[in-house]
Design a protein around this ligand. Sequence first.
Ligand code: AMP
Length: 445
Amino acid sequence: MQQRWADRDEVDVYLGVGANEGDREAAIRTAIAALAVTPGIAVVRVSRLRETEPVGGPPQGRYLNGAVHLRTALAPHALLELCKALERAAGRRFDGVRNGPRPLDLDLLLYGDRELDTRDLTLPHPRLAEREFVLAPLRDLGVDVAVIPRPVAGPRVFEEPDAFAAWCDARRRGGCELGLVPTMGALHDGHASLMRRARAECERVAVTIFVNPLQFGAHEDLDRYPRTFAADLELCRQAGVDAVFAPRVDAMYPPGFCSRVAVGREAETMEGADRPGHFAGVATVVARLWSLARPDRSYYGRKDAQQVAVLRRLQRDLGLSGALVECGIVREPDGLAMSSRNRYLAPADRRAATVLHRSLRAARDAFAGGQHDRDALLAVARAVLDAEPRGRLDYLELRDEGDLAPLPAGRVPRGRMLCAVRFGEPPTRLLDNLSLRGADEEEPW
Ligand code: AMP
């Protein structure tokens, strides 16, 4: 006996059907008839067709909407292709007008209990639960719409590295470009600007929130580092982030973990001189996150310019995947670079902390006024810093604008000035940097 095509993996599938141009009912009935004669598809039931108001898009006529219950062994993407072919056959133009009028609309709503998230197909349909014009016909067909898995409101949260890696892998296999934004939490608008840029450039965005003990020295602020997970998650939700990876320390570094990524001599200067081992800790956690997520793009803030230089080197040396995107500094209205550590500052120190930006700007203004001597430019910034008694200077340097290599004394054609200053007790260290050609600095998102 000939075996029926569908004996193996037959799945109950629900399609949304709609039209608001031409003979709407004829277009819908023609498409359903075409589905019914397609090998590999059985049409089980068709809902009542309803008149509905258009949702979103330009002014347009009312829709006729319904749903169809199919049984099929066709894979989700094969079905999607078929639906698109039927839409084209009905005269639909794919002219880029979002929610525009159409002679036929076929939406894959439910494919068994499959959850799928690819570039061109997400299952269940992501806007299903919000659309009464879809829910009503599904109810006609006996679907218990209350138990349809709803798209999670806000990002998926992962604690386990393997689960996060599997999620990233599934996005990539689905053809989505993945953006990664590593953070230590206590998120502010500086972090959000990285997420906004990732959102604009990638189809899926993952944020990591992990206060990495490896990058803190013995007497640093690891224990008191602010942890504000609920607020962080809300900020990620508002930025349209798809996944948040917030592992426990013992999941990132299980017992026995003892490897470190060594970084070059340059990482022993500036931040590295004040914080021995800091960049090895940063490089180790980033290499670990990178290998879990294997992002197409990862996003870092220029506020930590030396960190960007170290990570660029790491990426080149180890051949880590994807592009490293350096993002502009987000500042408070008075010029202070946003930082999770700003909240430690006593009010008087908070007011005094504008000295970092003021000193860098003074050097930039002197450069614009024709002063191009390295030491004279440093002296200009230094004078501003010295005039603020609440700040204790850790370092002030003028480096190459790109790779932050030291610049010889004498005339500098361009450069980036960097400083770190401590305020209060226990000390809060703040960082800042500015290109001498400040006008060239890229605006943050
Ligand atoms: P953190 O949580 O301090 O490790 O920072 C996570 C990422 O956000 C790093 O790439 C930082 O450089 C970036 N970042 C922090 N503050 C700012 C800011 N004010 N503007 C732009 N990026 C920032």
